[in-house]
Design a protein around this ligand. Structure first.
Ligand code: NDP
Length: 446
């Protein structure tokens, strides 16, 4: 490791003990940025890297609620307000038993760069709770969301901090959260994104992250004269991002052969066509069942406790969670002929796995660029809410597509090496950094 990165990371680790995912996210960014900052000393003198790695505000609170048996349950709620240099804090809420401060700080940190890359005026934030929605009734989820919002409402607002969905938070949860916010504040404002279409939501928002990651894959492939047509694609996850990545890949002529959840994955060599995808959507969004049921219904193989990367593919799209591709899996993907990785999830590849992809010089699109379509469309939802005017499906999709193309261009601008190889990691980190850093300098030492 570069000794300057090593020194910086020693400081980060000492200040944020035990927050492994946060260390990982900061290190990946520091490796791109420290050489760039050395060449641009104004950022060094203003200590931008040190400041950008410290949240502006961290809120931690108790979330008590009553389960269906009348018993009191207690969870912990968080909101990390990371950076507001270029706009209100913006980023999702995650409900998952693994949620802790370090995970949310990594997500909030990534969000700052991602939001800047979209070119929209959004700062970075993230939040959530260690509440596990799995196995809970709708009423239990509602009571939890109401209790969570009873504290969060005083910290957020349409011009202050605008949360959205993430793992475990979809349309149902955003509805309960919005209802409670409105009741407490007596205001109908665009304080959350991912809202229902009848009450201020944007068309294409549910689809945006998966569609965007697919558009980004198309842009990367085009740099090598390739496209998705006829390609075999392995997708992980079967939630919001995975579902719409699968839909768009199929629409653009690719064949999706895997889907997964935290228990295992299914392998369908004939491809998950639109009928089968509808089955997954019903299974996951309505019945809230397990992906194994797909294997039972369609008579395909199910791999308990395994991840899809052992299957030969041209393109890999991780769309489940962080650190879901390790070094061995990355090597196997490359060995099996994978030419492109477009990350729907946040930080799905470990640092070692990223290095495997970069050393092999395959097309590797890191999450903060590839999955920025979700938050970009949230930004469009904020605009529609401010204007109090809805845009059509085509208008939003076209704007999303243009934003993904522009993010790709920014990555090429800052990531293209002398030999022509595009290092999208450097491209996204530096491209996302410059605007935020310049704004921070302009706003003084705050
Ligand atoms: P969902 O909750 O809709 O789906 C998550 C999927 O990933 C489920 O299939 C889930 O399986 C699986 N999963 C979750 N945790 C784990 C785990 N620890 N190990 C294995 N599988 C797991 O979430 P989203 O689709 O919204 O989010 C997926 C990823 O995309 C996350 O990294 C998120 O941060 C990122 N992202 C999401 C955006 C959005 O707009 N929603 C925007 C940008 C990034 P199971 O049902 O078993 O839990």
């Amino acid at each position: 490791m570069d000794p300057r990165v090593q020194q910086f990371m020693a400081m980060i680790k000492a200040k944020n003990p035990g927050e492994n995912e946060f260390h990982q996210a900061v290190q990946e960014v520091a490796e791109s940025l420290i050489p760039f900052i050395e060449e641009n000393p104004k950022y060094k003198h203003a200590k931008i890297l040190e400041r950008i790695a410290e949240p502006e505000r961290t809120i931690i609170f108790r979330v008590p609620w009553l389960d269906d048996k009348g018993e009191v349950q207690i969870n912990r709620g968080f909101r990390i307000e990371m950076n507001s240099a270029i706009g209100p804090y913006k980023g999702g809420l995650r409900l998952h038993p693994t949620v802790n401060l370090g995970i949310l700080k990594f997500l909030a940190f990534e969000q700052v760069f991602k939001n800047s890359l979209t070119t929209l005026p959004m700062g970075g934030g993230k939040g959530g709770s260690d509440f596990d929605p799995k196995g809970k009734s709708d009423n239990e989820v509602m009571r939890f969301c109401q209790s969570f919002m009873s504290e969060l409402f005083r910290h957020i607002g349409a011009d202050t901090d605008v949360p959205a969905g993430d793992i475990g938070v979809g349309g149902r949860e955003i509805g309960f959260l919005f209802g409670q916010y409105k009741r407490l504040k007596n205001e109908f404002t665009g304080v959350l994104t991912g809202k229902g279409i009848e009450w201020g939501g944007s068309l294409i928002r549910p689809e945006a992250t998966g569609y965007g990651a697919t558009y980004f894959a198309e842009e990367m492939l085009a740099t090598r004269g390739e496209s998705l047509k006829g390609k075999t694609v392995c997708i992980s996850g079967s939630g919001n991002v995975a579902q719409f990545a699968a839909e768009k890949v199929t629409e653009l002529g690719g064949k999706v052969v895997t889907a997964s959840d935290s228990n295992g994955f299914i392998y369908d060599p004939k491809g998950i066509d639109s009928d089968k995808l509808n089955f997954i959507m019903e299974l996951k969004n309505v019945k809230r069942g397990r992906i194994k049921e797909y294997a039972d219904k369609y008579g395909v193989e199910y791999f308990e406790g395994k991840r899809p990367w052992i299957i030969k593919c041209d393109i890999a799209m991780p769309c489940a969670t962080q650190n879901e591709i390790n070094e061995e899996e990355a090597k196997l993907l490359v060995k099996n002929g994978c030419i492109c990785v477009s990350e729907g999830s946040n930080m799905p590849s470990t640092i070692e796995a990223v290095n495997v992809f970069l050393n092999a010089q395959i097309l590797y699109g890191p999450g903060k660029a590839a999955n920025a379509g979700g938050v970009a469309t949230s930004g469009l939802e904020m605009t529609q809410n401010s204007m109090r005017l809805p845009w059509s499906r085509e208008e939003v999709d076209e704007k999303l597509h243009t934003i993904m193309k522009n993010i790709h261009k920014t990555c090429v601008k800052y990531g293209k090496k002398e030999n022509g190889f595009i290092n999208y990691v450097d491209g996204a980190n530096i491209g996302g950094f410059v605007k935020v850093a310049n704004a921070m300098i302009a706003q003084g030492v705050v």
